[in-house]
Design a binder for this molecule. Structure first.
Ligand code: BTN
Length: 265
């Protein structure tokens, strides 16, 4: 079965690498799984695996990512960053910025970022990202896949996420063209990624901080589902992309995790 979506994307694409090669599917298990396989087989940077529906979409921390078929953006991009390994935590921040800007350009909606890479509208999550891989094939040669799930034209959510999730159509009242949004998103992503590759780390960090929710808020952050949460007040982002929080024992840096409002807040 063919679709007009890849052609509509190609007509609007203004990138040099990201999305120049697209593998499109009506339905797959997970675009990240396919992209990881292709990346390990030598796929070029910027290759996009794009699906209308995922049957086993993956979220962070082992969660599932559900979608309403044919309504959202679900895709994964192959990355081959030449960043120092300790700075790869900046990639999700750069991607968050890219998604945030693409949404604002295409829909006019105001977005915020929740560390490390959730995009929110009116405090509800509209987009999540999952970066996987980090397979080192020698110094400065890593292969990764960045998976992005963006709720575009979905109007109903399961009861358990209804209060926390939203979509562009729910927020703006207008349907959004998915190929146009993806073309803009890939343009912003390529721009931000190139900024990182060029060593402009401070711009990514500073702009992320400007769009970040929860600065000065009391939060609780759990690095994994089974570790004890750290509680403190958000100070900002460290040079390597870690979250800086002020705890009762002083400043701590968190490199991965899920933030929730602290019960003490
Ligand atoms: C999260 O917020 O938990 C991350 C969600 C990431 C979902 C995207 S959808 C495209 C790609 N394929 C997957 O299986 N997951 C990511």
């Amino acid at each position: 079965m063919s679709s007009d979506l890849p052609r509509e994307l190609a007509e609007q694409l203004s990138t040099t690498r990201f999305g120049r090669e697209v593998q499109w599917h009506y339905s797959v298990g997970s675009t990240n799984t396919i992209a990881l396989q292709l990346a390990n087989d030598g796929a070029p940077e910027g290759l996009v695996v794009w699906a209308d529906h995922q049957t086993t979409g993956r979220g962070r921390h082992g969660r599932n990512w559900h979608d309403s078929p044919g309504h959202n953006l679900l895709f994964s991009t192959v990355l081959r960053p030449s960043l120092p390994t300790e700075l790869t935590g900046l990639i999700p921040l750069a991607a968050g910025l890219a998604v945030s800007q693409a949404i604002e350009i295409q829909s006019g909606l105001q977005t915020n970022l929740k560390w490390p890479n959730d995009v929110l509208i009116n405090t509800k999550k509209v987009c999540g990202m999952l970066m996987e891989g980090q397979i080192s094939h020698g110094e400065n040669s890593q292969v990764m896949v960045l998976g992005i799930g963006l709720n575009v034209n979905q109007t109903e959510f399961a009861a358990e996420v209804e209060s926390k999730a939203t979509s562009l159509i729910l927020e703006s009242g207008q349907p959004v063209s998915r190929p146009a949004l993806l073309a803009e998103l890939l343009r912003c992503l390529e721009f931000r990624y190139d900024q990182l590759q060029a060593g402009d780390y401070d711009t990514i960090r500073n702009e992320f901080e400007l769009r970040m929710t929860l600065v000065d808020a009391s939060i609780s952050v759990s690095p994994t589902a089974t570790t004890m949460p750290t509680e403190g007040v958000v100070l900002g982002i460290a040079a390597d992309g870690a979250l800086r929080i002020e705890t009762v024992t002083g400043e701590q840096r968190v490199h991965a995790g899920d933030i929730s409002f602290s019960p003490l807040a």
